[in-house]
Design a protein around this ligand. Structure first.
Ligand SMILES: Cc1cc2nc3c(=O)[nH]c(=O)nc-3n(C[C@H](O)[C@H](O)[C@H](O)COP(=O)(O)OP(=O)(O)OC[C@H]3O[C@@H](n4cnc5c(N)ncnc54)[C@H](O)[C@@H]3O)c2cc1C
Length: 211
């Protein structure tokens, strides 16, 4: 159904009476979710952007706040946008994508990336996982976690570890300060951190996992 595409049901709302013309079936808006009409706000699928529930909820909160004249006004921030594809194994990502990072690097930003093959890690071995890769991206100067992509067992849940770190604008070095139960898929975060620390001299390195 995602591949086929969906359109918002805007036809019968009488938008033409307020001179609001959808572009390609979607309503253009600014970061406060205000449309071209000063008093009309939009959220969710009608924005034509991501068509994902958690972003529709976030946009709805921003639109509702601003429509009610809330001060200061809120702006939509897509920094924590997540994507999950419920394949087997699942795929999940949050924050910047590899492609966005490449574009940033091309413009001179110092971004570092690490990746770990899940079948080579403890818990994945006990689960018999044959496939899986976890990537982590961070700002090479500040160490701030910028994004992640995972394909492998429980990727849909594991990605929330990264979105939590990103919500609090945590740095890669914070990962090594936190406890991680062994053996879990989550503790792979330590492997990812160690690889990034090698690329960012000065960051504290996580101790190696037990043999
Ligand atoms: C089959 C399917 C599976 C999905 N799976 C996922 C998923 O796994 N994860 C995920 O994040 N997202 C998923 N989505 C997408 C997600 O459901 C939508 O992005 C999200 O619901 C958009 O929220 P919304 O408020 O814009 O629209 P909706 O949730 O569709 O709400 C719009 C509401 O407006 C009502 N309405 C429409 N026209 C009028 C009218 N003229 N007057 C009054 N009421 C009206 C509708 O009845 C509906 O209740 C899926 C969507 C589909 C169709």
């Amino acid at each position: 159904m995602v591949a086929t595409g969906r359109r918002a049901a805007l036809d019968e709302l009488g938008l033409e009476h307020v001179d609001l013309r959808p572009t390609d079936g979607w309503l253009a808006h600014d970061s406060t979710m205000r449309t071209a009409h000063h008093d009309i706000f939009v959220a969710g699928d009608a924005t034509g952007r991501f068509q994902i529930l958690h972003l529709a909820n976030q946009e709805g909160t921003v639109a509702g706040h601003n429509a009610a004249g809330g001060e200061p006004s809120k702006r939509m921030d897509y920094r924590l946008k997540m994507n999950v594809i419920f394949t087997d194994p699942p795929y999940a990502s949050v924050g910047m994508t590899s492609r966005e990072l490449e574009a940033d690097v091309a413009q001179g930003r110092h971004v570092v990336a690490s990746s770990v093959r899940l079948p080579q890690t403890g818990r994945a071995i006990t689960m018999g996982a044959e496939h899986g890769l976890w990537k982590l991206f961070a700002d090479g100067k500040t160490g701030e976690v910028l994004g992640s992509a995972i394909v492998g067992p429980r990727a849909d849940d594991l990605i929330h570890l990264i979105s939590t770190l990103m919500y609090y604008r945590a740095a890669v070095s914070d990962i090594s300060q936190m406890p991680w139960y062994h053996p879990t898929l989550a503790e792979v975060m330590l492997n990812l951190e160690r690889e990034l620390a090698d690329l960012m001299p000065g960051l504290e390195k996580a101790p190696p996992p037990p043999a």
